[in-house]
Every structure is written in structure tokens, then in C-alpha cells.
Design a protein around this ligand. Structure first.
Ligand SMILES: NC(=O)c1ccc[n+]([C@@H]2O[C@H](COP(=O)([O-])OP(=O)(O)OC[C@H]3O[C@@H](n4cnc5c(N)ncnc54)[C@H](OP(=O)(O)O)[C@@H]3O)[C@@H](O)[C@H]2O)c1
Length: 237
């Protein structure tokens, strides 16, 4: 792994690039970082999963970012598609799943093998029986009525001492966070692959997203993959 920007480092220890930043939230919410991978043509999954997009450097940064987070936030679509389990490495941040349907496998490892109880972030108009089933294996948090109010969910994290939130997608959840201007840092791996497919690829899926400018903070290269780190631009840029 070598860093190209902001200055060149051969034989990079990625902790230097990623762990060195100070991450402080604002407006009563935690710092929100997102970590995503895509092909050069913008595809966020191949055959419905991310495995084909990811390489060893991306996987190393994936685990490193988890070690820097107080909680991992993920959409239910990703949990279902990727068969998500709990974080299995220290410091074992819990996973929080955003869902309206509460259509999740409560007998899966995400709920039965988590070192820190998995959180289910849902809304008040969901089926009470399903909420009850979820509460048997997870911490159920209601934030919003017809759908999860992500600002409210983040304020709840802050109130429970979660200062750094790592969103691992998918594109719909990330699209909502970006559209609500709630993302402070985007770690994005550009995989050296054209994945094709019947529809245009979408890393960020949002019907209401105005163009968002990002500030490039670092570029790391490994085996043809580019690991890019973007920050919310400061007001002067
Ligand atoms: N390239 C990458 O880095 C990356 C990362 C993650 C995932 N992926 C891929 O992306 C695909 C899945 O992504 P996706 O965009 O379809 O799904 P997603 O964003 O993971 O999840 C969408 C689901 O999250 C819940 N949700 C999101 N916002 C909500 C809100 N405000 N209120 C209530 N519930 C809300 C809903 O769950 P319910 O349906 O349960 O109500 C919704 O259907 C998979 O193929 C996965 O492999 C790629």
C-alpha cells in the first residue's frame, strides 16, 4: 500500500492515514464517516454483493475503520444481501440496523453472537409484534414515525456516548444521509474493475440529492485500487 496524497509514503501503514484524524461531530450529533467500495463504472455490488469489488487493501481499511468507530450503521437491505454478522474484532463496536419493515433474521449471528447487543433503529408505525420479536434479541430504538428520522437517530447515538458513527451503506441509506447533509467523511475505494450490468450503477442512491462537493483528503493506491478519503469541505473552500 502506498500513499500518493497528501504526500507520498511508500510501504504505508494505513493507520497513519485513517487513524490520525480528529473526528468531532457537530450540531449535537456524532462524526459520521461512511465506507464504500465501487467499480470504475460506479457499481456498488456485483451479483448483489460487494465481495468481487473488494481487495486486500480495501478489506484492511474496512477493519481499521471499524476499530475507529463507536458504532457501525447499516441499512437493512445490506444486512439481508450480505448476510451481515456482528463485528468480530476488538473493540467490538455494535452494529445498528436501520429498518422500517423489521424483516430481519432474528436467529442470525448478527443478533445471537454480537459481543455488544445489536441495535435496531426503526420507526413508531411498525408492527408492534415485530418490534417485540426484535426486542428479544436486540436493542430496539424508535426514531421517527413513518420512517426513521436519521438526524434523530444520530442525536440518540450522541446521547448514548457514541461519538464516531461508521456507515457501511448501502447506497439507499448513504443517499439519505448525504441528502440530509449528515456525512462528514467518505472513505471510498475505487476498485480496478468494470462490472457492467443491466442498469446504471449507483454508489449513492437518492432521488433528492443535490450535487455535493467533497474535499479530497488522501489517496492511497494498492494493486490498482484507489482508496480515496473525502471530507466535508470547510466553509472557505
Ligand atoms: N459498495 C458498497 O460499499 C456497498 C455497501 C453496502 C451495501 N452494498 C450493496 O448494496 C445493496 C443493498 O443496498 P440498498 O441500497 O438496497 O440497501 P440499504 O441502503 O442497505 O438498505 C435499505 C433499507 O434500509 C432501511 N432504511 C433505509 N433508510 C430508512 C429510513 N429512513 N427509515 C426506515 N428504514 C430505512 C429500509 O429497510 P427495510 O426494507 O427493512 O424497511 C430500506 O429498505 C447490496 O447489494 C449490497 O451488497 C454495497
Amino acid at each position: 500500500m502506498r500513499q500518493l496524497l497528501p504526500f507520498q509514503v511508500d510501504q504505508l501503514d494505513p493507520a497513519t492515514t485513517y487513524a490520525g484524524s480528529s473526528r468531532r461531530g457537530r450540531n449535537g450529533r456524532p462524526w459520521v464517516m461512511a465506507n464504500m467500495v465501487a467499480s470504475v463504472d460506479g457499481r456498488a455490488a456485483v451479483d448483489g454483493r460487494t465481495a468481487a469489488l473488494s481487495g486486500s487493501a480495501d478489506r484492511a481499511v474496512f477493519h481499521l475503520l471499524r476499530s475507529l468507530a463507536d458504532i457501525v450503521l447499516v441499512g437493512a437491505g445490506t444486512v439481508r444481501a450480505e448476510g451481515y454478522g456482528p463485528v468480530r474484532a476488538a473493540p467490538y463496536p455494535p452494529v445498528a440496523v436501520v429498518t422500517r419493515s423489521l424483516d430481519l433474521d432474528w436467529s442470525g449471528p448478527l443478533f445471537t453472537e454480537a459481543t455488544q447487543r445489536t441495535e435496531v433503529i426503526t420507526c413508531s408505525t411498525t408492527d408492534p409484534a415485530r418490534r417485540q420479536a426484535a426486542a428479544e434479541v436486540a436493542e430496539v430504538i424508535v426514531a421517527g414515525e413513518g420512517q426513521v428520522d436519521l438526524s434523530r437517530a444520530l442525536a440518540g447515538f450522541q446521547a448514548r456516548g457514541r461519538r464516531v458513527v461508521l456507515c457501511e451503506g448501502g447506497p439507499h441509506l448513504l443517499g439519505e444521509l448525504v441528502a440530509a447533509d449528515l456525512v462528514d467523511e467518505l472513505c471510498f475505494t475505487l476498485s480496478p474493475l468494470l462490472a457492467g450490468g443491466p442498469e446504471p450503477g449507483l454508489l449513492v442512491a437518492s432521488p433528492i440529492l443535490p450535487p455535493h462537493r467533497l474535499a479530497l483528503a488522501s489517496v492511497v493506491e494498492d494493486d490498482g485500487a484507489l482508496l480515496l478519503r473525502y471530507l466535508r469541505p470547510s466553509p472557505s473552500t
